[in-house]
Write a protein that binds this ligand. Structure first.
Ligand SMILES: [Zn+2]
Length: 124
């Protein structure tokens, strides 16, 4: 276990840095979306739009749903990044959760939150 971690130590450090950077941008994105959402709720409350009958209200409702979906995506992204950081801490990062073989470094570089190797990911 220890030797495995050591031989992969450099890559793990890179992964942690990449994940930390991704986490910061995902958090920033979520904060921005939450701000947009709060602003939208505020302005629609101010105009007292009727979502059912006012066509503008329907547009606002659609945009609000869209924002909610984006916020969910951003939260999922954050959760995936946190899970990946946890795997880095556990020493299980970079190992396929299905076959247990190492995930290709190119794949991890492109997708730092990947939990499966290319073979297992395409075989789902
Ligand atoms: Zn695999």
């Amino acid at each position: 276990m220890v030797s495995r971690t050591n031989e992969r130590g450099y890559r793990l450090r890179e992964a942690r840095e990449a994940l930390a950077a991704e986490r910061a941008s995902a958090q920033e994105r979520l904060t921005g979306l939450e701000r947009d959402f709060a602003g939208m709720v505020e302005s629609s409350a101010a105009t007292n739009a009727d979502d059912e009958h006012d066509p503008e209200g329907a547009t606002i409702a659609f945009e609000r749903q869209h924002l909610v979906a984006l916020m969910e995506q951003a939260r999922d992204r954050l959760a995936a990044i946190d899970a990946a950081l946890q795997r880095v801490a556990d020493g299980t990062y970079g190992w396929c959760e299905i076959c247990g073989r190492p995930i290709a470094p190119e794949r991890l570089a492109a997708r730092p939150t990947a939990t499966r190797c290319v073979g297992c990911a395409s075989r789902r």
